[in-house]
Every structure is written in C-alpha cells, then in structure tokens.
Design a protein. Structure first.
Length: 245
C-alpha cells in the first residue's frame, strides 16, 4: 500500500505492506522534524550554510540524531548539512518501519529514496522534461537486507541551489543520508561534457557509496556496482526527481 504524507515542507510517499508500518514512518518523520526544527531555532546558521558544519564534543552529545547524521554524511563531501536533510529523514523513517517488523519499506522524500526490500523494486530516474532519458530509464533494485539510499540531485530541475550542470546525478549508497549528500556533491562536480567522467572521483573513494549515474544533456554515464538499468519502462515505486543543493 502507498500513502502520500505532507507536513510543512516535507512531502513523502510511503510504501509498505501493512498500515502499521506506514504509521510508524509518519510518526518518526514528525518526531525527527520537531527535533531538527528545535536545533535550527537554536542555531539558524545550520539551515543556511553551504559549507561543512561541525559540532564540538559537548554540542555533539546534545544534538538530535537527525542532525548528527546530516553532519556526518555531508562532511564526507564538503557540502552544507541541509544537503542531506531529505535522505536522512527518509532513512530514519525506514528504520522506524523496520523496527516494527517491515521487510519491504520505501520512503520517497522529494525524490530522495530510502528503502529496504524483500522483492525487486524499480526506481525511475527523472532528469527534466527535455532530457532524452527522462521517463525512459529506471534502476532495478534487487532484494537486500540493509537500508539503501537512492538519491538524485539536479542543476536543471527545481529551484534549489546547485553549483553544477548535471540534469541528474544519482547515487546509490548505504543509507539515505550518505546517498543524498553524495548526489549533491556529484551534481556540483559536473560542469560540462569533459567533466562528466572525472566527476565520479568525488564519490568513488567514500565507504558506503556503491554506484552513481550522471545524465548531462544527451550523455549518460555510470560508475560502480550499478543495478540493472532498465530502458523504456515506468517506475513502479517512485521517481528520483531531486533538485540540487
């Protein structure tokens, strides 16, 4: 079953086999949002900085889990903490579903996806209305027993800040936080056609990052242990139409 859940800026699609798992995700999203909002109220700089954010040891012990995960993921890629907010929130929601017993759980948060699946899942890639690849390619995610993040950043879709030029930069990683931060950095690294191949160096040496895909105009390139790329198929789960940071 599927349910769209909207609260303030958060707009998520939750997919699971049982209603109780969806409720668990919604409860966790609300709890984590409250924690994040309280932290930002104390330190508004966290919300706006585009640079890596660090906590001293005393503040780190008091910081909410969502804040610590966002900071940890983004420090890997030299980007601001909000670059990982959507993926981190999705990751924590899927964890809450797993704690209730879910073995099939997907949370898509503005195009950034965290999931655990006991059956194959197809995730479509959206790269803008004018991309020759949009709506025509998807990733087949085989069953796995760890939470996976599938996140996409774009310099041409949406209104968020991006320092790159990719139509879509998708990263598959162990966890939504890491995948979200990595996708932002990967998108930032794509400046033009010659930079596409070199851009993968931004994510290739980071533990937990498994694969990446870049769409730039009429070019599609991949790196790492990519899932099977399906062509001319529609997604049966969610589209990763993520805007850039």
């Amino acid at each position: 079953m599927k349910e769209r859940f909207i609260f303030k800026e958060t707009n998520v699609l939750i997919i699971a086999d049982e209603k109780e798992y969806i409720e668990a995700a919604k409860e966790e999203i609300l709890r984590q949002r409250r924690n994040l909002e309280a932290f930002i109220k104390e330190d508004p700089f966290f919300l706006v900085t585009l640079e890596p954010y660090k906590l001293d040891s005393s503040r780190e012990r008091r910081a909410p889990e969502i804040v610590r995960r966002m900071i940890k993921a983004t420090l890997e890629f030299d980007v601001g903490p909000m670059a990982a907010v959507a993926g981190t929130l999705a990751e924590l929601a899927v964890e809450a579903m797993c704690e209730r017993g879910a073995t099939y759980a997907i949370v898509e948060n503005g195009g950034d996806i965290a999931l655990i699946n006991d059956r194959p899942v197809t995730v479509g890639i959206f790269a803008g209305e004018h991309s020759p690849f949009s709506g025509k390619i998807a990733l087949k995610i085989e069953p796995q027993h760890e939470i996976l993040g599938v996140c996409t950043s774009s310099a041409t879709v949406g209104h968020s800040i991006s320092f790159g030029a990719a139509d879509a930069a998708t990263v598959i990683a162990r966890g939504g936080a890491l995948a979200d931060a990595a996708a932002t950095a990967l998108c930032n690294a794509v400046k033009d056609e010659p930079s596409v191949k070199a851009a993968f160096s931004v994510v290739s040496g980071v533990e937990g990052v498994e694969a990446a895909l870049i769409i730039y105009k009429d070019i599609m390139a991949t790196w790492g242990d990519m899932p099977e790329v399906l062509t001319n198929v529609a997604s049966n789960s969610a589209l990763t139409s993520r805007t850039g940071h």
